[in-house]
Structures are given as C-alpha cells and as structure tokens.
Ligand binder design. Structure first.
Ligand code: CA
Length: 296
C-alpha cells in the first residue's frame, strides 16, 4: 500500500505551562510548504533566565519554518540549514541583548515529503518516537548528560529520571556559534504514528503509557490526554506534544498476522488427508476383525 501525500496525514499538537513553572518556555509549530508537498513539525524547549527561554524556542521555531518554506531540493539538507540558521539567530540575539544572554533551546523536527519520504532532525533532549504495530521506539538519541550515561551503560532509563544532571543537555540551539544537527532519514510505513515531545512529557510519563494513548486515540485527543497525564504526574515542567498519524492499515500487530497465517496453514494440511495414526489404527482394527473371523 502506498503512502498518501503529507497533506492527508492527521496531526495534533499542544503546549502547556504545566503545574509549577511561571512561564511556558516550550514552543511548537506545524507548517506546509507553498506547493503543499512537504510538511514540517517542530518542538522546541527553551532555557535561560528571565525572557530568554521563551524567546529562544519561539525564534528557533519561526526561523526553522522560514527556511523550510523557502524550499530546496534536498529535504535533509534543508532541515540541517533550518536548525543551523535558528542557531545563528538565537546566538546573535543572545549576544546583542543583556537580558537574553545565555539563552538557548532544544529543537526536534519531522519533515514529510510526497512519495512516502521523511526525516527527523534534532538538537538536545526533546524527543521523537515512532509507534508501529505494538512496537514503540524512541527514534532520536538524547544529546544530554543522562542520555550519554545510558548509552555507555552507566545508568538505566529509570535512574535517569531522578539523576541530578537530568536537565543538562550537551547540545543546544543558540548557546554556541556553531551547532551540530543530527538528521536521520525515516522509513515510513502506512499506519505509523510519530510523536514529538519536550522532556516535560517524556520525563514524567512512561513510554508504555504514551504508546497506549497513541494507539488508542486520534492525534488531537492523544495530545490532550498526554498533557493531562503529565500534569497528573506533577507537571513539574512545561509540556509539549505533537502526534502525526500516517494513514493506512492501522498498524496490524504482529500477533494478528501470525493468526492469519495459522488459518491459511490449517486447511492446506487438511487437504493432505487424515494423519498417519488414523491409517495405522484402521489397519490394526481390520487385522483384529480378520483374526476374529478366521477363529470362527
Ligand atoms: Ca523542559
């Protein structure tokens, strides 16, 4: 089954201040190119005192969208340039305004193109996940201290949630003159669901619970439910979630496929006739009958 054009993908997005913070430093957006052949989804989680975090995340999203809308032949290169340009602008603004000094932001984007092609690009610890059938996977690696410690096998995912350095990221947009953007191509299949989020969701709600909501609810309802769940867990940070659903056979779980195969196998065995033990039993009974007849 082929994948419809991105304009037919179903999406939902939401950002929420949470229960504790006084401002929402997260920002997100969804954009289409003028020809409506590509779509961009982006989540940014800003940091920096006073106004800094809010300004950085919004500036990063608006800059990335501007570059995306200007177009280019190579979508992977376009994503890289979008986040690099965001880096330059946020960095320059931080240099030029004392109140914004030191500001920065994470950035995670999904870009979908007609023909079933897609890419994920990110800087920092905001995440992208994919739900396919019953498998739910993080498709970005966190550029964070705890992310690196997990990859080296020093701590577990559970320990990372309580780690004193859990908020320290190793790469950010705007904090340095240059930034290294990680761009990864996606292998998209009909029925896939993708999720972008800030750590206000992934740090509070377990992956298994996120996966269940994504499987059960359409994107617009799913983002609302996920924000509610993070708030019920304490909402200690700003919460931002975007979900994109690729139309298609709603991701048939592997177990169901196996059952279909079983059904096909059974009648083909049946056509081979009764199993050998029935023939054996039949011959045995005929033998006993013959012996009884001879004895009479
Ligand atoms: Ca955050």
């Amino acid at each position: 089954m082929s994948i419809p054009d991105p304009e037919h993908f179903v999406a939902g997005g939401m950002t929420d201040i949470g229960q504790v913070r006084e401002v929402n430093q997260d920002y997100c957006g969804e954009f289409a190119d003028p020809a409506h052949t590509r779509r961009l989804f982006i989540v940014a989680d800003g940091m920096g005192g006073h106004l800094g975090g809010e300004v950085a995340s919004r500036m990063a999203v608006e800059t990335a969208a501007e570059v995306f809308e200007s177009g280019g032949d190579d979508p992977a290169a376009l994503l890289r340039i979008a986040l690099e340009t965001a880096n330059q602008r946020v960095h320059a603004a931080a240099q030029n305004d004392m109140e914004l000094a030191g500001m920065g932001t994470t950035g995670v984007c999904l870009l979908f193109e007609a023909g079933g092609r897609g890419w994920v690009a990110h800087v920092g610890d905001s995440r992208a996940y994919r739900l396919r059938g019953d498998s739910f996977e993080q498709i970005t690696e966190d550029h964070s201290v705890v992310g690196a410690l997990i990859r080296m096998g020093h701590i577990t995912e559970e320990e990372a949630r309580m780690h004193p350095q859990r908020n320290e990221i190793l790469r950010a947009i705007g904090t340095n003159e240059d930034v290294e953007v990680q761009v990864t191509p996606l292998d998209i299949q009909p029925g896939d669901r993708y999720l972008l989020c800030s750590d206000g969701l992934s740090g509070l709600v377990l992956d298994a619970d996120i996966a269940e909501v994504m499987a059960r609810q359409e994107p617009e309802d799913a983002v609302r439910t996920l924000v509610q769940m993070a708030n019920l867990e304490g909402g200690n940070d700003n919460i931002t979630v975007q979900v994109v659903s690729i139309p298609g056979d709603a991701s048939i779980p592997k177990k169901k496929k196996a059952r279909t195969t079983d059904v096909i196998v059974t009648p083909s065995l049946g056509r081979r006739g009764p199993p050998a033990w029935i023939w054996g039993l039949g011959i045995g009974l005929l033998g006993i009958l013959g012996w009884l007849l001879i004895r009479r």
